[in-house]
Design a protein around this ligand. Structure first.
Ligand SMILES: NC(=O)c1ccc[n+]([C@@H]2O[C@H](COP(=O)([O-])OP(=O)(O)OC[C@H]3O[C@@H](n4cnc5c(N)ncnc54)[C@H](OP(=O)(O)O)[C@@H]3O)[C@@H](O)[C@H]2O)c1
Length: 262
C-alpha cells in the first residue's frame, strides 16, 4: 500500500506508539486524523507535523471508552467529508494489580476502548474500504494477546480478543484489497506503565523498546504483507510454547506477585 496522499486515522495518537505512528505515517506522505481525549496534545502534534511535512492533519477529541463513541466519530468524519484509507486502532490501556482492586466500571471502560470501539471502527470502515483500490487496518494487540496474564487478566483478555479478531478478519479479507494486520508489542516506553501501574511498581529496570521503534517495525511488517508481528521479548513467548499452560500461568503469576508485592 502506497501511503502517499492516503489518509490514516490513528486512535490514541496523543502519546506513545500512536504518536509515533502519526509521525511515521506523515513521513510517508499520509494525511492524518488524530484521535484521543487530550485535545492540547493532539493539536501540538498536528501543528508540529504540519510545520514539517506536506500533509494535512485533523484532530478529533474523543473518549473511545464511552458507548457509541466510535460511531459518533465515524459520523463526524463522514459529515466533515474526511475519507479514511488506513485505520490504526491503537488506543488502549491496562491496569496492573489484583482483579478486585479495580472497579467494574474501570473494566467496562477498558473493554469498551480496547475491544468494542476497536471492533466497531473496523465494522464501520470495512464496508467503505471494500470500495477502494487499497486500504488497511492495523490493530494494536500485545504480547499479552498470546497468554493469560494474572494481575492484568482483563487487559490480557482484551488483547487476546484483538489478535483473534484481527486474524479472523485477515482470513476473511485475504482476497480483497484490504490488508489487515495486528501489531503485538512487548514492553514499550510510553505512558502505558504510568496508567497501568497505580501502585507505583518500579518499572525503571524493565527492558523497553522505544515507541518509534515499535511503530516502525509494525508499519514495515504491515507494508511487507505480514499479518502480525511481535516486538520486543519474543523468546518468552517461544519458551511458553514448550511448557504446559499450568506452568506458564504459575510462572507469570509468581512474576507479578513479586513485582506488585502482593
Ligand atoms: N507500552 C507498552 O508496553 C505496550 C505493550 C503492549 C501493547 N501496548 C498497546 O499499545 C497501545 C498504545 O499504548 P502506548 O504504550 O502508546 O500507551 P500510551 O502512551 O498511554 O498511549 C495511549 C494512547 O491512547 C489514548 N487513549 C487512552 N484512553 C483513551 C480513550 N478512552 N479514548 C481515546 N483515546 C484514549 C491516550 O490518549 P489520551 O490519554 O489523550 O486519551 C494515548 O494517546 C495500547 O493499545 C496498548 O495496550 C502497549
Amino acid at each position: 500500500m502506497n501511503l502517499k496522499d492516503k489518509t490514516a486515522l490513528v486512535t490514541g495518537a496523543s502519546s506513545g506508539i500512536g504518536k509515533s505512528f502519526a509521525y511515521l505515517l506523515a513521513s510517508k506522505g499520509a494525511h492524518l486524523v488524530l484521535v484521543a481525549r487530550t485535545q492540547a496534545k493532539l493539536e501540538e502534534i498536528a501543528n508540529d507535523i504540519q510545520n514539517t511535512k506536506q500533509v494535512s492533519v485533523h484532530v478529533y477529541q474523543k473518549d473511545l471508552s464511552q458507548l457509541n463513541a466510535a460511531s459518533e466519530l465515524y459520523e463526524q468524519l463522514q459529515k466533515d467529508q474526511i475519507d479514511i484509507d488506513l485505520l490504526v486502532n491503537n488506543a488502549g490501556y491496562g491496569k496492573w494489580g489484583k482483579f478486585e482492586d479495580f472497579s467494574l466500571e474501570e473494566y467496562v471502560k477498558m473493554i469498551q476502548l480496547n475491544v468494542t470501539s476497536l471492533m466497531e471502527l473496523c465494522h464501520l470502515y470495512v464496508e467503505d474500504f471494500r470500495e477502494k483500490p487499497a486500504a488497511g487496518i492495523i490493530n494494536v494487540g500485545s504480547t499479552a494477546s498470546f497468554i493469560p496474564v494474572p494481575y492484568s487478566s482483563v487487559y490480557a483478555a482484551t488483547k487476546s480478543f484483538v489478535l483473534n479478531f484481527t486474524e479472523g478478519l485477515v482470513g476473511e479479507l485475504s482476497e480483497t484489497n484490504i490488508k489487515v494486520f495486528c501489531l503485538c508489542p512487548g514492553g514499550t516506553a510510553s505512558n502505558f506503565a504510568t496508567v497501568a501501574n497505580e501502585s507505583g511498581v518500579d518499572n525503571s529496570q524493565a527492558k523497553l523498546m522505544s515507541s518509534d521503534e515499535v511503530a516502525q517495525l509494525g508499519l514495515d511488517a504491515f507494508l511487507a504483507g505480514k499479518h502480525y508481528i511481535v516486538t520486543g521479548r519474543r523468546f518468552q513467548l517461544i519458551l511458553f510454547k514448550f511448557l504446559s499452560r499450568k506452568r506458564v500461568l504459575s510462572m507469570i503469576a509468581d512474576y507479578w506477585r513479586k513485582r506488585l508485592g502482593v
